[in-house]
Ligand binder design. Structure first.
Ligand code: KIV
Ligand code: ZN
Length: 518
């Protein structure tokens, strides 16, 4: 791939490596929603999944490949085996710009204990996989997994051989997040000077964050000649996560004096992308997280506030606007009609089906009746609440909660489950606890609450309360999310949504339910 020598290719793997974080799994509609937003962010390459991993992954890559046009390349991951490469090739058929990303480990510890193969065998497999992938598309990427712990002479030999076989990108992963900036930069420098045909490929890096060094390692690699970065939104990913896209991109933008490198990312879309990924995956962003944390641009100390008022540059190295943080903007009111609502959602980048739009509009009208000002953040919360694709196996019909200073909080709830109606009442230590205990009495399937987070979408006591919960069935984690003006109602709806997901996927796995979107 020919490229401007100062331009960095941004390869987003939120839908593949990011989705591998415990509890971050997304269904196809959710993956498509994220992929559309990644396209608006102007990502160069979207890694949409690992097609051989499951039918759901295959379908997701296929849908992203056929629906995201006119911008990013779409990549599918494949181990260096024929079946994987063929499955990735098949899933990517509809893509305008397909890329097969094939990989095999090159470190001795992986060769000996995982692959049980010799170095020669691994090298042969790598070359064969690249050649096979080339039969499906011209754009082929190869990764020597655990590169940072591989023998450097052997790594150079593998990289040279895969480039010879046609790989246009060689991606150097720090798979276990073991390396440090100086060492990782030197590794990239060594590959650049020692591999004779290295100029025929783009050097990419893929860093994990086990020592908290993923972004630092990535930046050091760029200073030593890498020109593609693999990263995820909010840094989600296996274990401690992957390098965070927003941190790499904003470091390059904020320090051109140091790097002289640029990306084509529309940085003003960063905040919205971060929120969307957080809402969909239920992976909450820590408040002090760089760039996208709630406090990242908040100046609390009096002396800082004084400086900021005098001149923003005293304490601000980048503007909130540059990452898309806006003042809460009044967008619609109680008299706004369907057309204005539809137009605003389109401007915000949402493309809803007619049913989703109808439901979201009804919710907007209800909200506008109760709450004077409706902001973009409210609309985002409503849309995300109304566009999940899981059937309501247990539907909330009635909810009553009582709480007083000296009494015990009590809830009574009625649920509809197919043709039957169930009702129960229970007390708890607080309102939410009493609601969850009451719901538990009516659910047959084993489930355990593992996480509960509540967030006020805008400021003020009339803010929408967005609740995200996670429930586990012992082996998988399911996320539920709801946004209403009432924190107890949001809590009940989010819990039921997570339980509905759990039941839905269990039924699919055991063959009790067919079709649907996974
Ligand atoms: O971390 C890793 O090594 C990977 C490869 C598949 C690139 O995710
Ligand atoms: Zn990885």
């Amino acid at each position: 791939m020919s490229q401007d020598k100062n331009r960095v290719i941004v390869f987003d793997t939120t839908l593949r490596d990011g989705e591998q974080s415990p509890g971050a799994s997304m269904n196809i509609e959710e993956k498509l929603q994220v992929a559309r937003q990644l396209a608006r962010l102007n990502i160069d390459v979207i890694e949409a999944g690992f097609p051989i991993a499951s039918d759901g992954d295959f379908e997701a890559v296929k849908r992203v490949a056929s629906e995201i046009k006119g911008g990013p390349s779409i990549a599918g991951l494949a181990r260096a085996v024929n079946a994987d490469v063929d499955r990735a090739g098949e899933a990517l058929k509809g893509a305008e710009k397909p890329r097969i990303h094939t990989f095999i480990a090159t470190s001795d510890v992986h060769l000996e204990h995982k692959l049980r193969m010799t170095r020669e065998e691994v090298l042969e497999r790598a070359v064969a996989a690249v050649k096979r992938a080339k039969q499906y598309c011209d754009d082929v990427e190869f990764s020597p997994e655990d590169a940072s712990r591989s023998d450097i002479d052997y790594l150079c030999a593998v990289v040279e051989a895969v480039i010879e076989a046609g790989a246009g990108t060689v991606n150097i992963p720090d798979t276990v997040g073991y390396s440090t900036p100086q060492e990782f930069g030197a590794l990239i420098g060594a590959l650049k000077s020692r591999v004779p045909n290295i100029d025929r490929a783009v050097i990419s890096v893929h860093c994990h964050n086990d020592l908290g060094l993923a972004v630092a390692n990535t930046l050091s690699a760029l200073q030593n000649g890498a020109r593609q970065v693999e990263c995820t939104i909010n840094g989600i990913g296996e274990r401690a996560g992957n390098a965070a896209l927003e941190e790499i991109v904003m470091a390059l933008r904020t320090r051109p004096d140091l790097y002289s490198l640029s990306t084509d990312i529309v940085t003003e879309e960063i905040t919205r992308t971060s929120r969307m990924v957080s809402e969909i995956t239920g992976m909450v962003v820590q408040p002090n997280k760089a760039i996208v944390g709630a406090n990242a641009f908040a100046h609390e100390a009096g002396i800082h506030q004084h400086g900021i008022l005098a001149n923003r540059r005293t304490y601000e190295i980048m503007t909130p606007e540059s990452v898309g943080i806006r003042e809460h903007k009044l967008v619609l009111g109680k008299h706004s009609g369907r057309h204005a609502f539809d137009q605003r959602l389109k401007q915000m980048g949402y493309e809803l089906s007619k049913e989703d739009l109808d439901r979201s509009f009804r919710r907007f009208k209800e909200l506008a009746d109760k709450k004077k000002d409706v902001y973009d953040e409210d609309l985002e919360a409503i849309v995300s609440d109304e566009t999940h694709s899981i059937p309501e196996i247990y539907a909330l019909q009635h909810l009553n909660v009582m709480s007083s200073l000296d009494g015990l909080p009590a809830a009574s709830i009625r649920l509809k489950n197919g043709d039957t109606t169930k009702q129960a009442a229970a007390i708890g230590v607080g309102c939410v606890d009493s609601v969850y205990k009451t719901i538990d009495e009516m659910i047959d399937e084993e489930h355990k609450l593992v996480d509960y987070v509540v967030r006020a979408v805008t400021g003020g006591t009339d803010s929408i309360a967005e609740v995200t919960v996670k429930v586990s069935d012992g082996s998988n984690i399911y996320t539920g999310r709801a946004a209403t003006l009432d924190v107890v109602l949001s809590s009940a709806r989010a819990y039921l949504q997570a339980i509905n997901k759990l039941v839905y996927y269990q039924q699919k796995r055991t063959g009790k339910r067919e079709g649907g979107t996974v």
